[in-house]
Structure formats: structure tokens, C-alpha cells
Design a protein around this ligand. Structure first.
Ligand SMILES: Cc1cc2nc3c(=O)[nH]c(=O)nc-3n(C[C@H](O)[C@H](O)[C@H](O)COP(=O)(O)OP(=O)(O)OC[C@H]3O[C@@H](n4cnc5c(N)ncnc54)[C@H](O)[C@@H]3O)c2cc1C
Length: 562
């Protein structure tokens, strides 16, 4: 057993004595999702312990692609641009042996301050997340320790931990998060089995460095005889995924000779450095529910997807952002425990929608035979002649939006880019000290009342202001670039790129944004008092809040939580 060297308060000796018998949150699994959750809980000031049965980071990379939403969650979790290497991907090509390029997705450029698509090296990301966790004195990590059992009580959970030296101990936690991967024991213990599909195909995943003819993008070679996704990655790496043909075995495909044969079209295998080769079978499955009582599932423990849309870890990071602040707010007495219901309500449908997208991509990548390939790829090529269809695929409009039909927000019709239950945009801003930030960094890890062009704080009476602040609230004013002379007190920023005004909201509007950057409420700034009261009511008593819904007319059919 190796207790984290970065955690001086968890000693390497006498671990049983050093492990706490009680914690607020026990996170099981220190993979990328457990590590992101640990960082977010630390940021929100929650005390937690993370255990992992493995002593070290798993060094064979699995995830290779991340989208702008994942990068934004990593930013929320405190990671900086330079913390791990990334390669921005300009486009994704779909190639047919008969028709040439039949599809393309443009991924150049950014959304909400981050590249639309990057590739990365998973162990480097995990190392960065673990380094950051070490900043938080409230977060303990204990490696080489496996969860073996859980008992739930009315006010807590008791977990049994195997200390790896033939002994066990018990830890009591207010909440437990199972981020223990695809074979999650937590999921089994709470009886939320996976539902969905396991694919019959196996894939050989190969990572190599020093390729003689490197590429700068992602390509899917959609040959029904041997489909091959292929992509560039940081530090001179490339990845290929080769679908196994019927009769090919894992043992045969993982031999050096076979891998060399497969890589031959891309250069001399003798000149490449083969970093890893492993056969995987992909699944498209979600747990029946992401929560049971005080126990939650996140990441691969809750959902697994074929990697064709590059969304497995991305979905896990969305879970991390959605769940962590809710648990923190409940533990800190700022919100009612019933807000925790909204985690499953918000996350499960979206995770399923992403899996459906990956399955659709799978059908394009792995046509059953030449005839199916010609029809589907030919159809995709024809869609490029119809501008709205072309945009739908090429500009990624096909990707499910991270907007919740139901959840923890006050219902209302969308206003500009402000969609309640959807993400608040991000852009570059300048703060009162002249520093330039991405806006999430300027807003901080708070529940935020934002006034567009006007100070929403002046609309709250002293008692309401105190109540909002005690609920983790912060007030920020966003002004047009060059209008900072209007702004008196701290807590403002200038919109340097015009992302917020008027693109997102008109002058004189206000929005309340959750710590995970989901829009909770919005309306005229003159009604900021009402917006705050309704938002606090929703956090404190989600059931009552439905009755006291937004007074804005023409409400959308979307319902309030629950
Ligand atoms: C070939 C391949 C390609 C992929 N490509 C992409 C991609 O491009 N983009 C993307 O977003 N995703 C991709 N994915 C998916 C991505 O790798 C996973 O979604 C991600 O690694 C899951 O992270 P996690 O933290 O949920 O689980 P894991 O990384 O599996 O971590 C779980 C942790 O829990 C620990 N654990 C398990 N049981 C216990 C226990 N009982 N007690 C204590 N600890 C326990 C384990 O030791 C492990 O450290 C890919 C996956 C594969 C296989």
C-alpha cells in the first residue's frame, strides 16, 4: 500500500491509525473522474477522502480526445492551460475506400474559450489532476486501498475498505461517490446494473511515436473489411484503432509482427516507437440510475460508450461538475438534500444521448459490407450538397446540447443565448485590476448573480444580500468593453470580445448562474430581488419552488425540478 506522498496528513506508516473514521465524502476511484471530483470538492471547501485500489496511475492511455466542454470542467477544477499537453484538431475526416472523403467535421476554433477538439495523453492529465488535489488540506488520498462493501444508514454510509495487508477498516461518510470505473463495485452493491449493448467487435488500440508520415487531424478509414480510426496526439504520438476480423484473436493481434504489418502503410515500424497495444471490446451502456440514497455513480461507473465520438471521459467530467457543487452546497447547509435528485435527472439523459451519437458514428465507421458502405457513405456524401444538412454534420450541430429538459433551474423561455438549464457562455474579460481572465475564473467557484451593464447587487435589500452571500452567492457586473468608467465597486469585469453583451443578454438583464455554470434563472436586472428569492427557494425547497415559478410570461414547456 502506498499512501499519497503529496498528502502529508496521511502518513506512510500506520495507515489504519491515520485513516479517518469519518469523512464528509468518500470518493471511490482516483481515475480522471474521481480526481476531478476531488479537486472540485476541495475548491468548494468540502472535506473528503479518495481511495483507489491501484497504487499508481494506469499508464496505458485510454481516452485520447476531449472537447471544449471537458476542457472547461478541467478549468473549473483548477487546471491551467500548461498543466497537460494538448493538440488542437482542425478537422475530422471520414474516408471510404470507394468514395474518398465522404464526411468532414470542422473542429478548428473554440467555443467558450477552449478548442472544440483536442487530443491529449491520459496519464499526463491524471498526473496533473493528482498534483492539484494535493493543494487541498481537506482532501485525503489513500492508494492501494479497495472498497469492498457499503452499508447505507439514514444519515450516512459506512464503507468497508481492504487495506491490502489482510486487514480491513470502516469509514463513515455523509455521501459516497463511486467513480470506480466500468466494472464498478459500487454500482453492483447498490443494484443499479448497466443497461444497453455490448458490441461483438474487438479493437486493437495501438499508440506509437516517430511515425514517418504524421497527420495533424483525426481520420476514420471506414473500410468495412478493416475500419481504422487514426489520429495525432501530443508529443509526436499517433493512435490507430484496428477492428479485428472474424477469427482474429487477441493474442495473435497483439504480437509485434502483426502490429508492424498493420502499421506499415504509415511508415517503417522499425523507425517507430511502439508505446502500447491492447485489444478492447466497446460497450454502450448506462446504469439504471446514477444515484441510490447517499451513494452516487460518476464516470465509467455510471455510463460507458464506444469511443467513436470521444465522449466517455468527457461525460464523466460533466458528471463531476454537476454533482460536486450540489453535494458541497448540501453539506454546507446552503441547499436542501433534495437538490441531489437533479443529478440523475440532468445527467443520465444527456449521457445516453452522447452514447447514441457514438453508436451512430459506429454505424458509419463499421458498415457491415460493401453494399451497406456504398449506400450509407454515398448518402452522407450527398448530404454535403444540402447546406443545412452539411452544417448539421460539419459544424457539429448533431452533437447533443448540454441543456437539461428537466432539472435544477427555474423554468422560463430562452432569452438570447441564455437558456435556463443550459450552459452560461464563457469569454475573455478584464477585471478591475486590469488582469485578463477567462470569465469562469473571474466568477470563481460561486453561485453568481450577474448584471449585464448594470449592478444587480443594488437591487437587493440588505437582508436579501446577506442571505444570498450566505448561500455561497457572489455578485458580478459585466460591462461592454471600454465602459468600466461606469463601474464603481469591485466585482465587475469588461467583456473584451463581445461574448456577453449584447450576444448573450441585453443591457439591463440579469442571470443567476450555478457553480457548474448552468443558468439557474434570468430576468430584468430591476427584478434581481425576485430572481434571487426564487433561486434560493429552489435550492432550499425544490418542491415548493415549482409552485412559485418564474413570473416571466410565455414559459417554455420545460418543467422545474423535481
Ligand atoms: C480505447 C479507448 C479509447 C477511449 N477514448 C476516449 C476519448 O477519446 N475520449 C473520451 O472522453 N473518453 C475515451 N475513452 C473513455 C475513457 O477512457 C474513460 O471514460 C475514462 O478513463 C473513465 O474514467 P473514470 O475515472 O470514470 O474510470 P477509470 O479511469 O477506470 O478509474 C477508475 C478507478 O477506480 C479504481 N477502482 C476500481 N474499483 C475500486 C475499488 N473497489 N476500490 C477502490 N478503487 C477502485 C481503479 O483502480 C481506477 O483507478 C476511451 C476508452 C477506451 C477504452
Amino acid at each position: 500500500m502506498n499512501l499519497s506522498a503529496s498528502q502529508p496528513h496521511v502518513a506512510h506508516t500506520a495507515p489504519r491509525a491515520m485513516l479517518p473514521s469519518e469523512v464528509d465524502v468518500l470518493v471511490v476511484g482516483f481515475g480522471p473522474v474521481g480526481a476531478a471530483i476531488a479537486n472540485l470538492l476541495g475548491l468548494y471547501g468540502v472535506s473528503a477522502m479518495v481511495v483507489d485500489k491501484a497504487e499508481k496511475i494506469f499508464m496505458a492511455p485510454r481516452a485520447i480526445a476531449l472537447d471544449n466542454e471537458a476542457l472547461r470542467v478541467l478549468q473549473l477544477a483548477g487546471l491551467e492551460e500548461s498543466d497537460f499537453g494538448k493538440i488542437a484538431i482542425p478537422f475530422v475526416r471520414m474516408l471510404s475506400p470507394y468514395l474518398g472523403e465522404f464526411g468532414r467535421i470542422n473542429t478548428l476554433g473554440e467555443i467558450d474559450g477552449h478548442p472544440k477538439l483536442v487530443t491529449f495523453y491520459q496519464p499526463e492529465l491524471e498526473e496533473a489532476l493528482r498534483r492539484r488535489v494535493a493543494r487541498f488540506s481537506g482532501i485525503r488520498t489513500a492508494l492501494g486501498i479497495a472498497l469492498t462493501g457499503v452499508v447505507e444508514h439514514e444519515d450516512s454510509v459506512t464503507a468497508t475498505l481492504d487495506l491490502g495487508d489482510d486487514s480491513t477498516c470502516s469509514v463513515r461518510a455523509r455521501y459516497l461517490i463511486g467513480a470506480d470505473g466500468a466494472s464498478s463495485l459500487v454500482r453492483q452493491l447498490i443494484g443499479q446494473q448497466f443497461e444497453g449493448k455490448t458490441y461483438a467487435e474487438d479493437w486493437l488500440v495501438v499508440d506509437a511515436r516517430g511515425v514517418s508520415h504524421p497527420i495533424d487531424h483525426v481520420e476514420f478509414i471506414c473500410d468495412h473489411r478493416r475500419p481504422v480510426p487514426h489520429m495525432t496526439a501530443p508529443h509526436d504520438r499517433e493512435r490507430w484503432e484496428f477492428m479485428l476480423r472474424p477469427g482474429e484473436t487477441r493474442a495473435e493481434m497483439e504480437t509485434e509482427e502483426r502490429v508492424s504489418e498493420l502499421l506499415a502503410p504509415w511508415g517503417k515500424p522499425s523507425e517507430m516507437t511502439l508505446e502500447r497495444k491492447a485489444v478492447y471490446r466497446f460497450h454502450a451502456r448506462t446504469a439504471k440510475a446514477f444515484r441510490k440514497g447517499r451513494i452516487f455513480l460518476a464516470g465509467d461507473a455510471a455510463h460507458i460508450t464506444p469511443p467513436f465520438a470521444g465522449q466517455g471521459l468527457v461525460a464523466g467530467l460533466r458528471d463531476a461538475a454537476n454533482l460536486s457543487w450540489k453535494i458541497a452546497w448540501v453539506l454546507q447547509g446552503r441547499a436542501s438534500p433534495s437538490i441531489l435528485e437533479s443529478y440523475d435527472q440532468e445527467r443520465r439523459p444527456h449521457a445516453k444521448a452522447m452514447i447514441d451519437l457514438a453508436r451512430l458514428m459506429g454505424r458509419l465507421i463499421m458498415p457491415r459490407n460493401a453494399a451497406v458502405a456504398l449506400v450509407t457513405h454515398g448518402f452522407m456524401r450527398l448530404t454535403r450538397l444540402v447546406p443545412p444538412l452539411r452544417r448539421y454534420f460539419e459544424e457539429l450541430e448533431i452533437k447533443p446540447r448540454n441543456e437539461f429538459p428537466r432539472g435544477l433551474f427555474v423554468t422560463g423561455r430562452p432569452r438570447g443565448r441564455l437558456v435556463r438549464g443550459g450552459p452560461f457562455p464563457q469569454g475573455w474579460v478584464r477585471d478591475p485590476r486590469g488582469r485578463i481572465h477567462l470569465s469562469d475564473d473571474a466568477l470563481g467557484p460561486a453561485l453568481t448573480l450577474i448584471g449585464f451593464g448594470r449592478d444587480a447587487g443594488t437591487m437587493l435589500d440588505a437582508a436579501l444580500l446577506r442571505e444570498f452571500v450566505s448561500c455561497g452567492g457572489r455578485i458580478v457586473q459585466i460591462a461592454h468593453r471600454g465602459q468600466s468608467a461606469h463601474l464603481g465597486r469591485d466585482g465587475w469585469c469588461e467583456d473584451l470580445e463581445g461574448v456577453f453583451m449584447p450576444g448573450t443578454a441585453p443591457f439591463g438583464w440579469a442571470a443567476i448562474v450555478r457553480p457548474d455554470r448552468t443558468i439557474l434563472h434570468d430576468g430584468p436586472v430591476t427584478e434581481a430581488g425576485r430572481l434571487v428569492r426564487e433561486s434560493l427557494a429552489l435550492l432550499r425547497n425544490p418542491v415548493c419552488a415549482e409552485a412559485s415559478h418564474d413570473a416571466t410570461p410565455a414559459l417554455s414547456p420545460r418543467r422545474s425540478f423535481p
